[in-house]
Design a protein around this ligand. Structure first.
Ligand code: TYM
Length: 328
């Protein structure tokens, strides 16, 4: 049996090269090993306020970026989370077996809560909804970036807890990180993870940024006070640029070392910018094609949702049976 793959991205802000290298490009590589489901997790997005018209637009843009990156809709399902009601339904059922302490310990919750004046309950429940996304389809494999590993641990703990209380119900999912690019750092501050929500034009390279913008952002990336690349004494900014280059080109560690040792930072940045522009060019071209074809995206989303609904309904029915509530 091939493993079932599930993953998701929030349709907030513009998808960036961290999302691309940490998640999307890995999904593309893995997709033919299974029948994957890739979600645009709009119910997660609204755990923090989103302007409704903008959110609707971002959902479509995110779905189109999935396809542009190489997700093959004939094989993989591209699902808007809110169109399959069982995500929310399973979330409630799981909420009832989730100890509050597990949620209060989540670092992403603590980080996000610290930035808000008042927080909605949804923000606390965020990881339960994520567990529901995964367990709903009995996924075996969840390809994500490194920042999601704590959420994945909670998902496994929750599955284990449910199975222990109500009997074997859920498949235990494994986390799959990419070999290179699991944690891309901000260009302006290489001690912080590249993030959709961080302000500032020099922070992230968006997947849809025009080549001139990509070059400008990378040329301005923060490095350190040394003049050139030294593998024996390398700061996080240079390390991050080399990781980005390696992830886009697929070069080995040895190749990277031979090519870049001693290179001046200006040349390093130019080389990295070339690799990023070249890597994103086919994605951007395909994005333009997809968005120019009327009705195509809606068709893909409707077909995908129809394809996965029976599986989602089957799991929710089983969980309800196990818990003793009505299934009709
Ligand atoms: P999100 O939308 O923050 O990020 C989507 C994916 O991109 C990865 N990622 C990164 N990888 C490398 N470097 C970075 N700087 C970087 N930033 C983001 C993330 O690890 C993720 O794989 N909670 C999830 C969405 C979600 C989900 C799920 C994921 C909801 N349900 C079920 C997997 C399975 C999130 O906020 O991702």
């Amino acid at each position: 049996m091939k493993p079932r793959i599930l993953s998701g991205i929030q349709p907030t802000g513009s998808l960036h090269i961290g999302n691309y290298l940490g998640a999307l490009s890995n999904w593309v590589k893995l997709q033919y090993e299974s029948e994957p489901i890739f979600c645009i997790v709009d119910l997660h997005a609204i755990t923090l306020y989103q302007e409704p018209a903008e959110l609707r637009e971002k959902i479509r843009q995110t779905a189109a970026v999935f396809l542009a990156a190489g997700i093959d809709p004939a094989h993989s399902s591209v699902v808007v989370q809110s169109t399959v009601k069982e995500h929310a339904e399973l979330c409630w059922l799981l909420t009832c077996v989730t100890p509050l302490g597990w949620l209060e310990r989540m670092t992403q919750f603590k980080d996000k809560a610290a930035k808000q004046e008042s927080i909605g309950d949804g923000l606390l429940q965020y990881p339960v909804l994520m567990a529901a996304d995964i367990l709903l389809y009995q996924a075996n494999l969840v390809p994500v970036g490194e920042d999601q590993t704590q959420h994945l641990e909670l998902t496994r703990d929750l599955a284990q807890r449910f199975n222990a209380i109500y009997g074997e119900t859920f498949t235990m999912p494994e986390t799959r990180l990419p070999a290179v690019g699991a944690r891309i750092m901000g260009l302006d501050d290489p001690t912080k993870k590249m993030s959709k929500s961080t302000e500032g034009s020099g922070h992230a390279v968006a997947i849809l940024d025009p080549p001139a913008v990509i070059r400008k952002k990378i040329m301005r990336a923060t490095t350190d006070s040394l003049p050139h690349v030294d593998f024996e004494n390398m700061g996080p900014g240079v390390q991050n640029l080399l990781t980005i280059h390696q992830a886009f080109t697929g070069w080995s560690g040895d190749q990277i070392r031979r090519h870049f040792q001693g290179m001046r930072y200006g040349d390093l940045k130019k080389t990295v910018a070339d690799a990023v522009v070249a890597g994103l060019e086919p994605v951007q071209k395909k994005y333009a094609e997809i968005t120019a074809e009327p009705g195509y995206l809606d068709r893909v989303l409707a077909e995908s949702a129809a394809r996965v609904r029976p599986l989602a309904a089957q799991t929710v029915r089983l969980v309800k049976e196990r818990m003793g509530v009505y299934t009709a």
